[in-house]
Design a protein around this ligand. Structure first.
Ligand SMILES: CC(C)(COP(=O)(O)OP(=O)(O)OC[C@H]1O[C@@H](n2cnc3c(N)ncnc32)[C@H](O[C@H]2O[C@H](COP(=O)(O)OP(=O)(O)OP(=O)(O)O)[C@@H](O)[C@H]2O)[C@@H]1O)[C@@H](O)C(=O)NCCC(=O)NCCS
Ligand SMILES: Nc1ncnc2[nH]cnc12
Length: 285
């Protein structure tokens, strides 16, 4: 059987993948109540972000995701030419994001994670995470090496953040986010609670460089242990889990600890889930 269900979708594969990536980003932004993140209720720990900006930023990234998928189809194999092509497209995507948000970083980590996954899905739909990891392991000779927040955190705490997560094949997504999402659905907790619990499952172990940069190791510990406490209390669908979730929100906001990396990885989880449900892959990430 062919891996792609092309007849069901009159749009090209690249169009479909770009649609799914933008949908995943919008679903992540809308999901509420997320601890200390931008959602339908407000701006969480952020002063320069709001929901409208997250939506506008997501939509501005559609052409970059489409171009990455097209590059994958055109070049046809994992290697330096494809890695450097998507690096260039990713940097152009960042410029489009910054032009839309007036210079605010809304989705840098998401361009990286979802960009790699979209590229991999267009190339090897039945081993997406592995293919994305192989791409992430290649060194883009044209990538500037700025002293990013992630680079500063790597120097201070040794956490390798977004790069390592991708190079390891997105363990937070495959071993935490997706299984929790599937469990939640199987247990009938409702889609929004299943997604919130998937975010919390990601937060329990992630070395989120956004949190480390803003709130150090104290912030990271609060994020990880607080997320675990919500799940242990029964998750977002239970009354006592909801109380813990509210406490976690208050605590992370007080620490200025926004789990932006975990939010990106929830979007990556939702993207892989959509790809599977849309019939673009046969389920083996
Ligand atoms: C390889 C890159 C990912 C660069 O990585 P690096 O670590 O050097 O860079 P950062 O600029 O810090 O960006 C990494 C972003 O990834 C998210 N993230 C954090 N931890 C993890 C993790 N453990 N796993 C996965 N992802 C993670 C996070 O993104 C979210 O947070 C953003 C806000 O963060 P920040 O800028 O620090 O903002 P604030 O604290 O809010 O700033 P102020 O208000 O204080 O000013 C938000 O955007 C979320 O997306 C990290 O920020 C890669 O980016 C790269 O090389 N890009 C070049 C182009 C390229 O090659 N692209 C490939 C095409 S696919
Ligand atoms: N919902 C969100 N709030 C703050 N930062 C984010 N980065 C990605 N998604 C985010």
């Amino acid at each position: 059987m062919h891996a792609f269900n092309l007849q069901a979708h009159p749009l090209s594969l690249a169009d479909r993948l770009a649609d799914l990536a933008v949908d995943a980003l919008i679903d992540e932004a809308d999901l509420s109540p997320k601890p200390a993140l931008v959602d339908r209720r407000g701006n969480g720990a952020h002063t320069d972000l709001h929901l409208g900006l997250m939506h506008a930023s997501a939509l501005a990234l559609w052409p970059a995701f489409k171009e990455m998928a097209e590059a994958a189809r055109h070049i046809g194999e994992v290697g330096l030419p494809l890695r450097e092509a998507i690096g260039r497209i990713g940097r152009e995507g960042e410029q489009a994001m910054l032009a839309t948000t007036n210079g605010v970083n809304t989705h840098r980590g998401a361009i990286w994670a979802l960009g790699l996954l979209v590229t991999a899905a267009a190339l090897q739909p039945n081993s997406i995470a592995l293919c994305a990891a192989r791409l992430a392991l290649l060194d883009d000779r044209y990538a500037p090496k700025p002293l990013s927040h992630g680079a500063q955190v790597a120097q201070r705490y040794g956490a390798r953040g977004a790069r390592e997560e991708a190079q390891l094949g997105f363990p937070s997504v495959l071993q935490r986010g997706l299984p929790q999402l599937h469990n939640g659905r199987a247990n009938g907790v409702g889609e929004q609670n299943a997604r919130l619990d998937a975010l919390l499952a990601i937060m329990t172990e992630l070395a989120d460089t956004c949190v480390l940069y803003r709130a150090g190791e104290q912030g990271l510990h609060a994020m990880q242990s607080g997320a675990q406490a919500v799940l242990d209390a029964g998750g977002s669908a239970s009354l006592s889990g909801r109380r813990r979730l509210h406490e976690l929100d208050q605590q992370l906001i007080a620490l200025n600890a926004s789990p932006g990396g975990a939010a990106d990885l929830l979007a990556a989880t939702l993207l892989l889930d959509r790809i599977e449900r849309d019939g673009l892959s046969q389920g083996a990430f």
